[in-house]
Every structure is written in structure tokens, then in C-alpha cells.
Design a protein around this ligand. Structure first.
Ligand SMILES: [Zn+2]
Length: 146
């Protein structure tokens, strides 16, 4: 896990906004697991969590554990952020990660120099603990590469 963001005098990272259909995603993150919403009718994965399947509109979706491994599809280095909770984090990497299971998600790549993150880099999930009931999936560069 990546460390807590709590720094004296700096507001903590905002907690994720929860919804009934996204709750399993956030609960799994607290447990150190990455889960993705799955449609049992058409067997598709989708991210972010929604109340229905975007392919077939089925509305009884479940969640499945995924490997947490993926490839950077796109990335940028954020060098300014007026939000006090993020101002001390700059520079940081905002990335679109294609999970090996075929789902794209937006996240941060952490614990490395921002310049080390490139399109095509292999990454694996880690979790930033916000507080006792919230954690945010992030990624680190995968030392095993492919
Ligand atoms: Zn479906």
C-alpha cells in the first residue's frame, strides 16, 4: 500500500463520493483488492460503476476481482493544483490505465519520478489509504515489466 496522504496542516485527500452501485468497488479497495463491475448477462466488464450495463442495460450487476495489472494508455504530469488537498502532491502523474482485463480507468501512478511514467509502461495496482474506511486504487510501475 502507498502511505497515507495525511500531512500536518494539509487537508487530507477528499474521500471518494459513494453511491449504492459503487460501494463494492470502494469497500474492496479498503481491503486491498481491485474489483471491476461485471454484467452476468453479457459477460462484460465496465468501469466506472454504474446502475446498469452500458452494453445490454441489465441492472443486476456484480463485481469481480481483477489482476490489478495494466498498461499506461496515456499520462500527464500535474504540476499545479489549486485544491489544498492536492497542492502538496505536485508534481504527480494522472494516467489512463488499460487493465489486462480490458477496462480503462483513470488513476495516479505513484512512488516514482513523474518522468519515469511513459505510455506503454506496465503498472500494477496499489492502494492509498485515506482513512479507516476509504482507500483509493493507484498504480506503481511494475518492476517485472511485461
Ligand atoms: Zn450486459
Amino acid at each position: 500500500m502507498s502511505g497515507s496522504a495525511e500531512v500536518e496542516g494539509i487537508p487530507p485527500r477528499p474521500v471518494p463520493e459513494s453511491s449504492p452501485y459503487g460501494e463494492p468497488y470502494w469497500a474492496a479497495a479498503v481491503d486491498g483488492r481491485l474489483v471491476i463491475q461485471h454484467c452476468p448477462r453479457c459477460d462484460r466488464l465496465q468501469h466506472f460503476p454504474r446502475p446498469w450495463c452500458t452494453a445490454c442495460l441489465h441492472d443486476e450487476l456484480d463485481f469481480v476481482d481483477v489482476s490489478g495489472r495494466g498498461t499506461v494508455y496515456s499520462c500527464t504530469v500535474v504540476r499545479r493544483n489549486p485544491n489544498p488537498a492536492f497542492a502538496t502532491r505536485v508534481p504527480y502523474v494522472l494516467a489512463l490505465v488499460d487493465l489486462d482485463e480490458g477496462v480503462r480507468m483513470m488513476s495516479n501512478v505513484v512512488d516514482c519520478a513523474p518522468e519515469a511514467v511513459t505510455v506503454g509502461a506496465r503498472v500494477r495496482v496499489c492502494f492509498e489509504t485515506v482513512d479507516d474506511t476509504h482507500a483509493v486504487p493507484c498504480f506503481t510501475l511494475d518492476p517485472e515489466g511485461t
